[in-house]
Design a protein around this ligand. Sequence first.
Ligand code: SAM
Ligand code: DTB
Ligand code: SF4
Length: 330
Amino acid sequence: MNAIPQAVQAPTVSPISCATSAPWTVAEIEALFDLPFMDMIWRAQQVHRQHFDANEIQRSTLISVKTGGCSEDCGYCSQSARNKAELEREKLMPVADVVAAAKAAQAKGASRFCMGAAWRGPKDKDLEPLLEMIREVKSLGLQTCVTLGMLKDGQAEKLADAGLDYYNHNLDTAAEFYGQVISTHTQQDRIDTIGEVRKAGIKVCSGGIIGMGESRKNRAALIAQLANLNPAPESVPINNLVAIPGTPMAATKGVDNFEFVRTIAAARITMPTSFVRLSAGREAMSDEMQALCFLAGANSMFYGDKLLTTGNPDVDRDEALFAKLGLRPI
Ligand code: SAM
Ligand code: DTB
Ligand code: SF4
């Protein structure tokens, strides 16, 4: 006679210190990273499904409205004037061209349009055309996002008045590692800008880059900083370094795929209600790797053939992936 199957056992996780809410210590997040992979993903899935429909992915389209010639020395960036990446510098795009690109993105199914400029920060005279872009894109019914660098007093309020929904400003890497990547501004400068954005009532989009030579402890520290911003950013882009020829990071090896997935899971567990965006680096990922990132709690992506200066999976490939996984765009 066949044995009667046992009732399915509730999964167990290793007995670690099981912190569940902010403030998070770096040690608590390192303990999450140390979990067996399956236990970490299971925990991320539980948190994800408490707050989101796990089959829904938010899609943002990105456009570079001003490209290259940036005064900053960010070691990963093709747009730094100090780096030697092969790149055509471009002046600020005309508003009408940006609006046409936003309409095309909306027609393809994006819900948010993100406009990026290679600036240390905008001069007041630069801000006027940006405000016009925000007004026009917003009037199409798209959510608006800009990433313009550090903001001076009063600039965030002007952006808010124009109807800006999100400001992207990444902490990028742990405070302890920041100086090895960038010397022309400090991480505190960026935290200050995030404060200005919050004060103006704009939603915060802030995350970082993984695979720049940082340690696991640095990754845990970055996630802790983001999760403890109080409130955590509404949107958390996790970028996998795109090692661009001509930048100081051209030969940087990056991290193992499972370590990247773990970083997504750590962001999901510690920032339960934030959208976690699988951001740069997706073009080089297999469908299976992207599915693992969604399982770990990523629920947002850049959608469209280009990021700022590098490639992104084309829309047809993403549509096919959504169909294969039964994902729905929001
Ligand atoms: N200048 C503004 C700033 O630094 O915030 C806006 C543009 S900047 C290119 C936006 C973000 O893109 C950076 O903070 C970084 O996280 C990400 N990024 C830039 N180059 C990258 C690369 N090669 N790989 C992965 N992410 C990158
Ligand atoms: C973010 O965190 N990633 C996007 C967006 N915010 C502005 C930018 C990724 C840039 C990747 C390299 C490039 O295309 O130049
Ligand atoms: Fe300039 Fe932003 Fe690139 Fe840094 S990341 S060099 S601030 S465009």
